[in-house]
Each structure stands twice: as C-alpha cells, then as structure tokens.
Design a protein around this ligand. Sequence first.
Ligand code: HEC
Ligand code: HEC
Length: 364
Amino acid sequence: MSGWQRMLGAVLTGCMLGGMAAPVAAQPPRLEPLPAPATVKPALAKLGWHLFFEPRLSGDGSRSCASCHLPSRGYADGQPLSRGYNGTEYFRNAPGLLSVRLKNRLMWDGRLDGADLPTAVRDMVTEAHFMNADGRLIQERIRQIPELLALWREAFGAQSQPYGPQIFVAIAEFLKTLDGGDTLVDRVLRGDKVALPAAVREGMTVFSGKGQCIRCHNGVLGTDGKAYRLGVPEHPAIADEPLRMITLLRHHATMGVPNYMAERNDPGNYVVSKDPSDRGRFLTPALRGLTHTGPYMHNGMFATLDEVVAFHNQGGGPGSELQPLGLSTREQAALVAFLRAWSAPLRAMAEPPAYDYWVTGAAR
Ligand code: HEC
Ligand code: HEC
C-alpha cells in the first residue's frame, strides 16, 4: 500500500469513528458472511467459561454474567429492561452476546470500543448496578477456590496469582468463542447454491432495496456501528420505577452529562458525545440471532419482529431519522422471514461445575 493510500484509509476510518458520513462512498453498503471462528487461547477461554458462570464474581455472590446473559436466549435475558444488582434496576435491555467479538462499538449508547472487550467485562463486574464487585475482591476469591486456582495457573503459568485485570481478559477470551453460527443467509452471501424459501428471498431483496435497511444494518453483523434516532417510545417503567430512574441518573452523572438531573429520559448516545443532536440516538443493533434475543430495541419496547418491522415501515416515532417506507403487508412479512433466516440454532453451552472454597481457608 502506498503512503497516500494509507493516509486516505486513515482519513476514512477517522470519519467513520467520528460518526460522520465518509467523504467518498467507496462501495455501497452490503452484507457479509460470518468469518472463520476466532483463534483463542484454549486454557484462557476455558478459565473465562468458568468465570462467566461464577456468581462469586458479584459483590454478594448472588449473580454471574449468565444471570443476565442467558445461553438459552442467545445471551440476552428475555426481559424488556434488564434487572440490576440487588437493590437496583437497569433502564435498558440486556443485549445478546453472540458474535460480540465482531462489534466495533459496545453498549446501546456506543460508549465503549468493541476492540476492548476486557473493559466492557470490567464495567460489568465493577458497576454498582451490574455485579458490584471489584478486581481485588474477586482475585482473592478465586485464590481460595482450588479448582479455579488450578485453571488460573493453566492459563497464566504455574507461579501466577489471580489478578483483577486478567480476570476480565479471561472472560473476554471466552466471549470471543460465542459466534452466532452459520445461517442460510451466510450461505447465500458466500455464493452457495441454496434453495431459499420464496419469502426469505423476497425479504433479502426488500432489505437491500425498497426497505433501505442496509443503509444502517450492514457488514457481517448487520450494523454500521453508528447511532440513530428512531423515536422508539420511552419505556414507562423508567419514569414509574424509582430504582430505574436512580440508575439512569447515576449513569448520566458518571458520564459527565451537564445538568444531568434534568435528563429524565434515556438520551442514548448524547451522554457520550454531549452533542444535543445525538439525543435519542442509539447504536444500530446487530441482526444475527434475533429469534433468540427478543424483546427488541434499547428498551425492549417491541415484543416481536413483526412489530419492529412495522415500526420501521411507518417511519419510526417522534423525531425519527427514518422515512415511511410504504411496504405492503407481504413485504413486511418477507422481511421478518429474512431476519429469522439470519439466526442459527443455538449451540448448546454446558455450565461448568460449581466449586467450593478451600475448606481450611489456608493461604497458598
Ligand atoms: C445485572 C445484569 C447484567 C449482568 C450481571 C451482566 N450484564 Fe452484561 N449487560 C447488561 C446490560 C443491561 C447491558 C447493556 C448496557 C447498556 O447498553 O447500557 C450489558 C452489556 C454487555 C456487553 C456489551 C454488549 C453489546 O452488544 O454492546 C457485554 C460484552 C457484556 N454485557 C458482558 C457481560 C459479562 C462478561 C458479564 C459478567 C462479567 C456481564 N455482562 C454481566 C446486563 C448485565
Ligand atoms: C437509519 C438507520 C436504520 C435503518 C435505515 C433501519 N434501521 Fe433497524 N434499527 C436502527 C436502530 C438505531 C435501531 C435501534 C433503535 C433503538 O433501540 O432505539 C434499530 C433496530 C432494529 C431491530 C431490533 C433489533 C434488536 O436487537 O433490538 C431490527 C430487527 C431492525 N432494526 C430491522 C430493520 C429493518 C428490517 C430495516 C429496514 C426495513 C431497518 N431496521 C432499517 C437503525 C436503522
């Protein structure tokens, strides 16, 4: 690659990260098949698997990652709004984690970089409303569980001691193994000759054509990693349930939102950029595995894919950046059939055995 090509590449990437339109549309957006599985360090991923299911990673030992990211639900939780740690409630939907390694931004407001999964894991462990623990506490707990200590040493070396930041790295390594699986849509995208059901074929055409879905839902996962305002109605529980409002306001305070007590709705990406035009914008969600992960949208306001498609078709709600599409009932049903064909059956995920603390508590 010549110097100027590298520079142009950097300029384009810079613009995309800034959420602005690239100055030169290199290629029309398109869908891409799932790449080969990630190469992971097996001993590290195995430790991460144990830790993902380990409730002693939460302050009072009551919940693990799997309490809110259920393997049987594509690692979402089936609730419109996620629960929080004991004595708290959250104000957004828990996203599924299939193919999370391929996301370039994380969290509904896009506050974290997808390339840095360990930081997302750290926040989940340490935030008062998720697991309310800290690295030093949980590293000592792991040290007192002989089987986990043994797994730790397989991953990090015979002389190693559990260490907070490496706990997050191990769980992130496990997360990299959670791919959505090969779907009918992937086979078409790879150019295989597959007999697609007529509705799926029609849905795929509407998705890239009249429905304009591909403008925002593109690439491998069906997301451009940017945030838009669709005008999804507020979830009434945020205003009605003090525990959810408390977490929302706390989030605003943490993110340094000016005059945050006045912000009683979820303003999405605004808390990251502080740019008022980003108020109500949420990250375009990935569209793989949707049959497992409902309810949908940042606040779980829609129970079914039919409702989500009808909402997009009407041009969204107040302040939406969508245009009404005028799709027929049949075209909307075809879109739903296409979205369903983009889900693979879930891979079974065994739960690791539950281990006890070292009985004498002797330091080792
Ligand atoms: C109390 C429920 C809860 C627990 C426990 C929990 N999560 Fe989450 N997780 C959430 C919610 C809710 C979000 C979305 C937060 C947002 O967008 O503001 C989320 C987001 C994430 C994301 C970003 C996903 C994306 O697509 O943006 C990752 C990765 C993640 N969690 C991993 C974990 C891991 C690993 C653990 C265990 C260490 C864990 N979570 C524990 C509820 C939970
Ligand atoms: C302007 C960008 C844009 C376009 C165009 C668009 N979407 Fe979306 N879509 C989004 C955003 C942003 C969300 C999340 C909104 C929220 O939660 O507030 C979303 C949510 C969804 C969801 C819910 C996924 C989940 O996990 O909750 C589905 C399904 C979906 N869109 C399908 C479609 C289809 C089908 C089309 C074409 C008819 C389409 N989208 C067009 C931006 C877009």
